[in-house]
Design a binder for this molecule. Sequence first.
Ligand code: NAD
Ligand code: USQ
Length: 393
Amino acid sequence: MRILVLGGDGYLGWPTAMYFSSRGHDVHAVDNYFRRRAHKDAGTDSLTPIGGSLPERAETWREVTGYRIDVTEGDLTDWSVVEPLVRDFSPEAVIHYGEQPSAPYSFITREHAVFTQYNNVVNTLNVLWAMRDHAPDAHLVKLGTMGEYGTPNIDIEEGYIDIRHNGRTDRLPFPKLPGSFYHCSKVHDSTNIQLACRIWGLRATDLNQGVVYGIETDETKIDPRLATRFDYDEVFGTALNRFCLQAVIGHPLTVYGAGGQTRGYLNIVDTLACVELATKNPAEPGGMRVFNQFTEQFAVNELADLVQRAGREFGLDVRIEHLDNPRVEMEEHYYNAKHTALLDLGLQPHYLSETLVESMFSAIGRHQDRVITTAIMPKTTWRPRERARVVAE
Ligand code: NAD
Ligand code: USQ
């Protein structure tokens, strides 16, 4: 298939580009290096060294494996980038990761909130209009997030809910309660994709993904220059990745608040498998399909305990610290989200275990000398009465 990977320089996008390329697909990756610039501006960096620019990474991939990944360095908010790309490449599938992905980033200042929503919503609108005009049969596989639903006190369905109201029934999008301006941008995207499918007959799958963890995939392991980025800072690092790194360097695990916050999680290798399953089994035209893309749910405390136990096996003395929660979120709540659609398509999950955490410790340990310890403690807060940046210690 001809597959466009938008955000192809990112944590998930680069491994996805290699994954599809190694399976014989014609892959074209697009990125504007927003993520790299955001780290440079903040004085943070990926734990794993990144093997050059996107064209250089693609060249290494060709040299090592013989497979090709074509590349565009360009901004998806720019129509003069998106239109010729979709017109000339004529994709059969568009895998869209190309957004600002951090909830804390969207709370740093007003400008960061505005950037997040402008960047994410405009990128997706441009893709939808380009597909309408130049690739109406292509399948959009869009990375959304479980955080669009928030943490309602009822079971979360996969995208839609059957509602009976005043004697009438309908099947409607599941109610959304996003917890950050970033998560709101994903809700706005879902609304726009839904509309485009309905009125133009496009086909799309919205993958409401949980929090991803992991540092390696089969393809990144081929050569150190093919590594994907791995972040542990307070803005872009995600819970389990941060905890594993903290354990390795002897930093107390940073549990925010009571630690009862429960989310869906999945291994990075399962992200690739899910995206492949969605791509190989395209949605029908005219309606947006929604899959909840995670394999297990955990409370933050459960993750911290697991990392502590794995640390003991590995010879690490892991301490857990409960910090004042910099976010405004429920710390004890009901959570039960359906996630059967991808399993029904054949997903074989890689579940989290102490052994898996220990393998993350080993991979992290290889780059331990690169850790910027000042990037770990939370500084960005959701709370209005404090200043936008507070120093936690
Ligand atoms: P990432 O930041 O590593 O990847 C996104 C890539 O998109 C970056 O390389 C960035 O430079 C690029 N990008 C952003 N704006 C762009 C623009 N205007 N033009 C061109 N490129 C642009 O993030 P990630 O962790 O790989 O996440 C990928 C996608 O998956 C995001 O949409 C994110 O919201 C979603 N997601 C991620 C997770 C997770 O835990 N990592 C979980 C759920 C959903
Ligand atoms: N948390 C801690 N300590 C930390 C970091 C996080 O207790 O050091 C807590 C947070 O308060 C939150 C939970 O862990 O309750 C998850 O936080 P996170 O930073 O791992 O994930 P989140 O902000 O939700 O965002 C990440 C990705 C985002 C994706 C989302 C999926 O950055 O792109 O959309 O996971 S989901 O959570 O399902 O919305």
